[in-house]
Structure formats: structure tokens, C-alpha cells
Design a protein around this ligand. Structure first.
Ligand SMILES: C[S@@+](CC[C@H](N)C(=O)[O-])C[C@H]1O[C@@H](n2cnc3c(N)ncnc32)[C@H](O)[C@@H]1O
Length: 283
């Protein structure tokens, strides 16, 4: 596999544009990884009546919903850079959830208190912060009460762009996929682990998960996702390598897609989850 696509264009605005398509195509796949992340986090630090959850880069609200379903009375704060994503969570009408629009790399401490949360969930969000990734990890550390735990996941291998790249390469032998990914984005769990240790986390644990994009069942689904999805990093809008009119690629793309045995299984995202604990206060 493949090429990692982490777009420089990943701004809150970009995510708002792509939020509908994200919810339709990507969120069901990422849910698998989020379930594993939450499972591992709760195993490491079982919630109690005193717990407080922070869901950071909450997106369309998958993790917030899972947390709410598993623990109906524990307060949750859901933070995202994108007002469009936060609006989607608002529409879920979940009780006891505080919604915040903000940057995880520079938390507004009037909304996200320090030394407060028992569990921080951050699924597939940190890589969009480029050279501010260490700041995001430090902010999580600061947000946690002593003894609290954070679970942060990375996408470490993505082949979502593969059909598009194959089609372009057939039309133009000189075509070289040159993603607009942020080359500072951490692409290996060891990088995240090092960032977490640097921030002060201990008891580090790692988990791997494969998330097939099973929502893309037909060629038309892929075309809809790819041409109209508008997600930062996962759409034609961000694929700078094809210099011509993207519509000219469409017939070849449909041919390439027809060559996959099972699109819904073959296209997806591999994810690594890293968990860590803020040291307990020594007595
Ligand atoms: C790939 S989506 C993941 C959403 C959700 N956690 C999931 O796994 O389905 C990345 C999310 O992170 C948010 N995000 C990106 N950079 C952020 C930042 N610096 N602070 C807060 N949220 C951010 C985006 O707006 C987007 O909703």
C-alpha cells in the first residue's frame, strides 16, 4: 500500500465543506477505529461517576455518540476546529455534551480547563496540525487530571487515492502522484509515542486497526466521494499532481474502479492508536 494524504488545506473551513461527504462515506469506516480506541482507553482507565470526557477533533460526533451511549451521565466536551462539524454534532441532540469550536493546538482554557478531564479521545485529528502536533499533545496532557488517560490515533497507511492515481498515470505516463500532504505530519506510531513521552505521558500502549471504506460499494460511490466530497486531503480538490481538467480522467477512473475485486474491502485506512497516562500525584 500506499500513499499518505494529509492535506495542507486542512482548515476548519475545509472540514465544514466536506462534512456531509465525510459523514456519508468516511465516518462509518473510522467508527471501527474509534470503537477500538475507546475500548482500549476504558480498559486502561475504567470510567467512574466522577469521570469527564474530552473528545477532540470530534468531527461528525461518532466518538461523542459512543461515549454518550456507553456512559449516559458522564459529562462530555466535544471540540472541533470546524463550525460545520460542531453543527452536525449539535443536530444529534445528545444530552450533557458541551460543544466548542476551537484549535486543539491552543486550547481556550476558559472552555477546556486544565487538570480536569479523566479521558481524552482524539481520533484521526492530530496529523492535520503539522508542526503543531507536539503542542496538541501538550494541550491534551494539560487538560488531563493526574492519572487521566489520552487515546490518540493516526492514519498510518491510506490507499483512498490509489484508483485516481492509477487512472492519471495511464493517461499521462509522466504523471507522478505528488500529494499535498503535510510532510511534518506524524505517519508512524513511534513519532506519536515520542511526542507523548516528551509531553510527560507514561504507561504508553499501542494498538493497530484496519478500517475498510465499506461505504464505497460501487464505482459511482467512489466518483461521488472523490469528485464531490470536498474533504481536505481526501478529494480531487487537493490532488495537485493532475494539471489538466479532472473531468478528462473520469472515463479512465471508471475503468480502473471496475478492475477492483471488492472496492468496499480493498480501499481503506490503516490506523495506529497510541494511549498514555498523565502521572498520578505522588502521595
Ligand atoms: C479526519 S476527521 C476525524 C473526525 C473524527 N474524530 C473521526 O474519527 O471520525 C479530523 C477532524 O479533526 C478536526 N481538526 C483538524 N485540526 C484540528 C485542530 N487543530 N483542532 C481541533 N480539531 C481539528 C477537523 O475539523 C475534523 O473534524
Amino acid at each position: 500500500m500506499a500513499d499518505l494524504i494529509i492535506s495542507k488545506a486542512a482548515t476548519g473551513e475545509g472540514w465544514s465543506d466536506g462534512s456531509a461527504s465525510y459523514e456519508k462515506y468516511l465516518a462509518p469506516a473510522t467508527k471501527l477505529g474509534i470503537e477500538r480506541l475507546i475500548e482500549a482507553l476504558f480498559k486502561m482507565h475504567p470510567p467512574t461517576a466522577e469521570s469527564k470526557f474530552l473528545d477532540c477533533g470530534a468531527g461528525t460526533g461518532i466518538s461523542t455518540s459512543i461515549l454518550r451511549e456507553r456512559h449516559p451521565f458522564i459529562p462530555i466536551t466535544a471540540l472541533d476546529l470546524s463550525p460545520g462539524m460542531i453543527e452536525r454534532i449539535r443536530q444529534l441532540g445528545l444530552s450533557g455534551v458541551k460543544l466548542c469550536v476551537g484549535d486543539a493546538a491552543a486550547m481556550d482554557r476558559t472552555q477546556i480547563p486544565r487538570d480536569f478531564f479523566t479521558h481524552v479521545v482524539a481520533a484521526l485529528m492530530i496529523q492535520f496540525s503539522g508542526d503543531k502536533q507536539p503542542d496538541v499533545v501538550r494541550e491534551f496532557y494539560d487538560s488531563l487530571a493526574p492519572g487521566g488517560v489520552a487515546g490518540i490515533s493516526l492514519s498510518t497507511d491510506i490507499n483512498i487515492a490509489e484508483p485516481w492515481n492509477r487512472a492519471c498515470a495511464r493517461l499521462d505516463p509522466a504523471y507522478e502522484p505528488s500529494y499535498v500532504h503535510d510532510d511534518k505530519a506524524w505517519t508512524a506510531p513511534e513519532q506519536l509515542e515520542a511526542g507523548m513521552r516528551e509531553a510527560g505521558f507514561e504507561d504508553i500502549q499501542k494498538v493497530k486497526v484496519w478500517m475498510p471504506m465499506f461505504t464505497v460499494k460501487t464505482k459511482e460511490d467512489y466518483v461521488d466521494f472523490w469528485y464531490r466530497g470536498n474533504h481536505p486531503g481526501f478529494s480531487i480538490r487537493d490532488m495537485g499532481a493532475w494539471k489538466g481538467n479532472p473531468d478528462d480522467v473520469l472515463p479512465e477512473l471508471l475503468k480502473v474502479l471496475g478492475e477492483y475485486k471488492d472496492l468496499s474491502n480493498d480501499i481503506g485506512v490503516a490506523s495506529d492508536i497510541v494511549l498514555g497516562r498523565k502521572p498520578r500525584l505522588s502521595s
